[in-house]
Ligand binder design. Structure first.
Ligand SMILES: NC(=O)c1ccc[n+]([C@@H]2O[C@H](COP(=O)([O-])OP(=O)(O)OC[C@H]3O[C@@H](n4cnc5c(N)ncnc54)[C@H](OP(=O)(O)O)[C@@H]3O)[C@@H](O)[C@H]2O)c1
Length: 251
C-alpha cells in the first residue's frame, strides 16, 4: 500500500534500465525501504541498476522483459506480482530511434510503434487487471510533449507517444472507480542516454527533475504532470498554431 505520506512500499519499473525510471525509484527508495521489480532486457546495465538500488536498501527482483515480445507480457506481469502487491508501476520503456529512417524503413517504423504504443497498451491492460484485483495501486506512464502536437522532425516517435498518452488518460478514467490511479507524465527534453548526443531543446531538464515532479504528482493524485511545468502553457499555445506556420517553426 502507498503509505500515509504517499510513498509506495513496492514498485515495478517496466524499462528497468531507464534513466528516468531509475531516478523515480531511487527518489522513493530514499524515503523508505522498497521492494523493487526491474523488468528489462538482461544486460550489464540492468545488473548495475539492481546493485545500485540494493546499496540504497532495496530488495530487488529482476524479470526478463522485451516489449517486442507480446506473448511474454502476461508472464512479465505474473512474475512481477508473484512477490506480493505492486503499489506503483512505472511504464518507462521507450525508443526514440532514427526519425528519418523510421518513416522510410518499415522495420524501424514497426519497432517504434510496437515499443512506444502497442506494448504500453498491452501492459496497461494487464496492470489494470492486477491492480483492480488487489483494489489499489498507481500507474505512472511516461509519455512526452512529442505526443501533444506531433511534429515533422519526430512524427513516428511522437505518434506512438500520442497514442499511449491517450490510452493511459482513458485508463485512468476507467480505473478511477476501482481505487487505482493513473498519472500520465509529459516531459520535454530530458538529458538521459536516450537523448545523448542531441542538442538540448529549450527548457530541458534532468531525470532527477522528472523524478521530483512524478513523486509530487503521484502524492497529490495528479492525472497529468508536465516537466517542467511551464511546458504546459508552451504546448497549449503550440497546439493551436496553424499548420502552415507550425511547419516553419525551428523544431
Ligand atoms: N529522454 C527524454 O528526453 C524523454 C522525454 C520525454 C519522454 N521520454 C520517455 O521517458 C521514457 C524513459 O526514457 P529515458 O529518457 O529514461 O530513456 P532511456 O534511459 O534510454 O530508457 C529507455 C528504456 O527503454 C527500454 N527499452 C527500449 N526498447 C525496449 C524493448 N524492446 N524492450 C524492453 N525495454 C526496452 C530500454 O532498455 P534497454 O536498456 O534494454 O535498452 C530502457 O530501459 C521513455 O518512454 C521515453 O520515451 C523521454
Amino acid at each position: 500500500m502507498i503509505d500515509a505520506v504517499g510513498n509506495p512500499q513496492s514498485v515495478l519499473l517496466l524499462g528497468g534500465t531507464s534513466d528516468i525510471g531509475l531516478a523515480i525509484v531511487q527518489r522513493y527508495a530514499r524515503q523508505r525501504p522498497l521492494r523493487v521489480v526491474l523488468a528489462a532486457r538482461p544486460s550489464a546495465r540492468l545488473e548495475a541498476a539492481a546493485e545500485r538500488l540494493m546499496t540504497l536498501g532495496c530488495t530487488v527482483h529482476s524479470v526478463p522483459f522485451d516489449a517486442r515480445d507480446p506473448n511474454g507480457h502476461q508472464t512479465v506481469v505474473d512474475k512481477a506480482f508473484a512477490h506480493g502487491d505492486i503499489d506503483l508501476a512505472v511504464v518507462a520503456f521507450g525508443v526514440l530511434g532514427d526519425q528519418e529512417r523510421a518513416w522510410q524503413d518499415v522495420q524501424v517504423a514497426r519497432e517504434l510503434a510496437e515499443v512506444n504504443y502497442v506494448a504500453p497498451v498491452s501492459l496497461g491492460v494487464l496492470l489494470a487487471e492486477r491492480m483492480r484485483a488487489q483494489g489499489h495501486g498507481s500507474i505512472v506512464a511516461l509519455s512526452s510533449v512529442a505526443g501533444e502536437r506531433v511534429r515533422r522532425s519526430n512524427f513516428v516517435y511522437g505518434s506512438g507517444k500520442a497514442g499511449m498518452d491517450g490510452f493511459f488518460l482513458g485508463l485512468g478514467e476507467a480505473l478511477r472507480p476501482h481505487g487505482v490511479r493513473v498519472c500520465v507524465v509529459r516531459p520535454g527534453f530530458v538529458r538521459t542516454k536516450m537523448t545523448d548526443g542531441l542538442d538540448a531543446a529549450p527548457l530541458s531538464v534532468t531525470a532527477e527533475d522528472v523524478a521530483t515532479a512524478v513523486v509530487e504528482g503521484v502524492r497529490a493524485g495528479k492525472e497529468l504532470v508536465w516537466v517542467p511545468g511551464p511546458l504546459r502553457w508552451v504546448m497549449s499555445a503550440l497546439r493551436h498554431v496553424p499548420r502552415a506556420l507550425f511547419r516553419r517553426l525551428p523544431m
